[in-house]
Design a protein. Sequence first.
Length: 166
Amino acid sequence: MRRPGSAAAVALLAFALAIAGCSSTSGDTGVSTASPPPTAVDVEPSNPSPSASADSETEVAPSTVAGAYVEYSDGAIQSTPGPKALFFHASWCPQCRALDEDLKARGAPDGLTVFKVDYDGRTDLRQKYGVTLQTTVVFVDDAGELISSSVLYDEPSVDSLVAAMP
């Protein structure tokens, strides 16, 4: 038996998701691969209007701008404003999967862009930053220079990521 109003509820939910700026993700990773890198307007989930003006972006204090969790791509560090971290992730690592799931569920810390880096495929970045263990998080400046790093292997969570922030 069809419930009255169920089509209206589905339409309302679809409209609400569209207004909230929800977008599709790449594959089953749940990590956005949108290009160009996210801006404050793109990543703020509480923004009710996707057509917010650039003026509203400048009125938001940096600590209240939502964080972003995105796939790493070459040039992303230099083209992404604000604090950023590289999360060296291996699909076969249970601790990496735990941190990945926590980042997807809770989101990146406010104001921080977390780039998910393929631990096995990006040996160039591992060498550059001295990464020898998956679940390593490397905090970098706008030029991609190392600020600090931390291994979150023993406690792979957003809370540990926040505690490791410089």
